[in-house]
Design a protein around this ligand. Structure first.
Ligand code: ADP
Ligand code: RBF
Ligand code: MG
Length: 375
């Protein structure tokens, strides 16, 4: 089935463009602690995409807090506002906004949070406010998402037919609202391993890096080179630790695992998927590297790990040695496979893509990065 062609894009804010969830978790953890309660991350899926009042009501009820919803809201709202300056753009958010703006694709922002909060949050992100022809908050409509009202109002203000709008949403209420408005809907779930819940969406993607704009007749991204997406480099390192013990045994593909302790923030900031870059081992040299980040759906791991395959033949193990990685590009999202053979074949294809790309000037320049520890 081919998608309908659209002419404009309506974006949700929290969880879609902004990594609000991390802040939400930190504030609630501290706040509930004062009542002797422990924040359970599982509550997140329930409140994502709801209005502040609905979220507050759910928390007061589920935790049996000795206060009213309004009291809770008035206590916690200032704690959130203080954190707005710390909310980071999600990977791919700036890229998407710049791309659509430079191609003249009209954009609206439609969020269940009040207009004033939206304005405050986006004020910390250069160029965002001016890129949207319409910004509309939950306090500007009678009924919030999952009602279609906010999206229909956004379309009206854009002077577009609902059928010409593509909605991008991380939450279930948002997806429901978009479909009820008879719009095309892409879901980017902000809570991991939940994509099976998003069957109403026209497409479910893992992160904004994977958005196939051309499917809706929108101008495609032009920054992919030879099957890879250049990234702002990021760095991770530490001693090589034992992994699941199946890389070389089950797949014939050894992965030198790093402890994720101390890197939980970094890991949660980066979408799961296949990445590549350079690996430095202090006594051995700098090598090309391709890796997966995530839960390895084929094995359904419980924890998000990094699995770097160093593209060099070593004659021995090097557990305990310091491994430094600079990650410079992205290849694809993690996927599940129906057979071990197809998983292995795909990883070997990733290897070829990474090896070729790392010879390109942009990527090869990082081979000399001082972080890798070898001159
Ligand atoms: P584990 O589950 O303990 O990570 P693997 O089967 O994935 O075990 O093997 C990884 C180990 O193999 C690394 O920790 C390292 O010591 C060794 N090794 C040898 N060659 C490589 C390579 N090319 N890339 C990554 N690790 C390698
Ligand atoms: N596991 C998956 O389940 N799905 C994937 O798409 C996937 N891609 C990978 C890509 C690369 C480059 C590497 C090195 C590994 C990948 N794996 C993937 C992870 C593999 O399952 C993992 O290395 C083993 O689980 C070892 O613990
Ligand atoms: Mg391993």
């Amino acid at each position: 089935m081919s998608n309908k062609l659209v002419r404009c894009v309506i974006l949700d804010l929290d969880g879609t463009l902004l990594n609000t969830d991390g802040i939400l978790g930190n504030v609630l953890k501290a706040f509930l602690g004062k009542y002797g309660k422990e924040w359970d991350g599982r509550e997140a899926q329930k409140i994502i995409g709801t209005t502040p009042f609905e979220a507050a009501a759910a928390i007061v009820q589920d935790y049996g807090l000795p206060c009213s919803t309004l009291e809770f809201l008035s206590q916690i709202s200032p704690l959130f506002s203080q954190q707005w300056c710390n909310i980071k753009a999600l990977p791919g958010a700036n890229r998407l906004i710049k791309h659509l703006k430079s191609h003249g694709v009209p954009m609206a922002m439609a969020s269940n949070s009040p207009r004033e909060s939206i304005e405050a949050k986006i004020s910390y992100h250069d160029g965002w406010k001016n890129s949207f022809s319409v910004i509309i908050g939950g306090d500007e409509v009678r009924t919030a998402k999952p009602s279609p009202e906010i999206f229909l109002e956004a379309a009206r203000r854009l002077s577009m037919e609902p059928s010409s709008c593509l909605v991008i949403e991380d939450s279930l209420p948002g997806v429901t609202a978009g479909k009820a408005a008879e719009m095309e809907v892409v879901a980017v779930p902000s809570v991991p391993k939940q994509s099976h819940l998003y069957t109403a969406a026209d497409e479910v993607i893992n992160s904004l890096l994977d958005l196939p704009l051309e499917k809706w007749g929108l101008p495609p991204f032009e920054d992919w080179v030879e099957g890879t997406l250049p990234l702002d480099p990021w760095y991770i390192g530490g001693p090589v630790v034992k992994g699941f013990g199946r890389g070389s045994k089950v797949l014939g593909i050894p992965t030198a695992n790093l402890s994720t302790e101390g890197y939980s923030n970094l890991l949660s900031e980066h979408p799961s998927g296949v990445y590549f870059g350079w690996a430095g081992l202090s006594t051995r040299g700098v090598f090309k590297m391709v890796m997966s980040i995530g839960w390895n759906p084929y094995f359904n791991n419980k924890e998000k790990t990094i699995e770097p395959w160093i593209l060099h033949d070593f004659n021995e193990d090097f557990y305990g040695e310091e491994l430094r990685l600079v990650i410079v590009g992205y290849i694809r999202p993690e996927v599940n496979f129906t057979s071990l053979e197809s998983l292995i074949a795909k990883i070997h294809e990733d290897r070829r893509v990474a090896e070729r790309a790392l010879d390109l000037p942009f990527y090869s320049s990082f081979k000399n990065d001082s972080y890798l520890g070898i001159s």
